[in-house]
Design a protein around this ligand. Structure first.
Ligand code: B12
Ligand code: SF4
Ligand code: SF4
Length: 346
């Protein structure tokens, strides 16, 4: 079984890119300990706990020889948040709009691994991960030629941009590696200058504790008071540093019918007020099997309350006063409602 055959099968299974990285001491793998030491992981303790495994895939699989890297485009034909001047819009990062990518992509990778075993027998090890494994996915993607790790820290492919999910199959087969991708950021620094919170502290280095994606998704408790204003109307994740990137300037193209990445109705073009007025039961249904299930209804309401306060949107503020869904009484949510109303004259 050759790398070319694996790539052809990956394309049939719906992957947009497939490349092969060698298992080696890639220099970028060594940045993680310093990044952690600087405190840039915030509360994401799992990154420190798994740092040793993340340092090298051979800790996970001693026989590993190759990493088959895959990319799946999730862009859809909807405007960028930077094109929407209306601050009453409830902004959700586009990766989270549709089906849970962990489920969709894991199923495709399982099919690829099963095919590899049919073709190549059982005499090799293969382990597939999408996002949740102890793997520095961007580093292997770069060495597999899928794209370069850019100044905004995302992997960008020169043809398709950075709206891609990364996933990989670590395997013991010595497959022919691809040529690593070259950095094409040049002198550009649009992402750094456009980040609403200055989270890209230097080119290629992101401080998660300032990133809206971290504050709205990963942070479990209260959002620090001094960071609430900067959240604006970003209620879940943030795409700004990718939206301003010239490599993402090409239009998405027509949405494929039945694409798993199309937005769910409950989150498609909704305002902050409409989102807040959606009953808990309906929100819970809409979050099921979506990537947003990570935050749950409680944290989603926490975020919408902050956005209402940060934007001062009158409709959203009156929704905060009027709606009495069970999760509104949760102490975490109630504190953020209180802050939003106080910040706007009670
Ligand atoms: C933790 C995490 C986060 C954290 C921290 C992000 C970060 N930049 O580290 C938070 C919550 C903030 C986050 C946000 C997002 N994430 Co995230 N996240 C991860 C996760 C689980 C681990 C990333 C990691 O290891 N970070 C540790 C640091 C050290 O790594 P890094 O920032 O990538 O830094 C690399 C380079 O910048 C370079 N580097 C670092 N320092 C230096 C210094 C110098 C001088 C140089 C030259 C290079 C260099 O080396 C590092 C090697 O890893 C990965 C999945 C995975 N298992 O890899 C997904 C992943 C990176 N996330 C992803 C996505 C989609 C997002 C968001 C777009 C979601 C959103 N819209 O809200 C944002 C993007 C924000 C951004 N600009 O990165 C995708 C990215 C796809 C892509 N095209 O790159 C991944 C790969 C998940 C996936 N399977 O698709 N994420
Ligand atoms: S995702 Fe948003 S907050 Fe985070 S680095 Fe990019 S622009 Fe900044
Ligand atoms: S905006 Fe410019 S600097 Fe930032 S990732 Fe894109 S090309 Fe690189």
């Amino acid at each position: 079984m050759t790398g070319a055959e694996i790539k052809a099968r990956a394309a049939e299974l719906g992957f947009d890119l497939c490349g092969i990285a060698p298992v080696a001491d890639h220099k970028e793998l060594a940045f993680l300990p310093e990044w952690l030491a600087r405190g840039y992981a915030g509360e994401m303790g799992y990154l420190a706990r798994s740092a040793e495994r993340r340092a090298d895939v051979r800790v996970v699989m001693p026989a590993a020889r190759s990493v088959i890297c895959l990319a799946t485009v999730y862009n859809t034909d909807r405007p960028y948040s930077t094109e929407l001047a209306d601050r009453s819009a409830a902004l959700i990062a586009r990766y989270a709009w549709g089906e849970d990518y962990h489920e969709v992509i894991q199923a495709r990778m399982d099919a690829l691994v099963a095919w590899m075993h049919e073709r190549g027998g059982l005499d090799f090890e293969a382990r597939a991960y999408v996002d949740t494994g102890p793997v520095q996915e961007r580093v292997y993607a770069q060495y597999a030629g899928l794209g370069w790790i850019a100044k905004n820290t995302c992997v960008i492919n020169p043809e398709i941009g950075s709206w891609i999910f990364l996933s990989e199959i670590i395997c013991s087969l010595p497959l022919e590696p691809d040529v690593p991708a070259l950095d094409q950021c040049g002198t550009c620094r649009l992402c750094i200058d456009s980040c609403p919170t200055g989270a890209i502290v230097e080119p290629y280095v992101l401080d998660s504790t300032r990133c809206l994606s971290y504050l709205t998704i990963e942070l479990k408790g209260e959002i620090p008071i001094d960071q609430r204003e900067s959240i604006g109307n970003h209620i879940y994740g943030c795409d700004v540093c990718q939206e301003v990137c010239p490599w993402n300037a090409q239009p998405a193209g027509e949405d494929a019918p039945g694409s798993p990445w199309l937005p769910r109705a409950a989150f498609d073009g909704r305002t902050l007020a409409e989102t807040w007025r959606t009953p808990d039961t309906e929100l819970r249904r809409a979050l099921k099997h979506s990537a947003m299930t990570r935050a749950g209804v409680r944290r989603l309401r926490r975020n919408v309350a902050v956005s209402a306060g940060a934007t001062g949107d009158a409709d959203a503020l009156s929704a905060l006063r009027d709606v009495h869904e069970p999760t509104c009484d949760d102490p975490l949510v109630a504190e953020h409602i209180h802050w939003a109303l106080e910040a706007n004259g009670g």
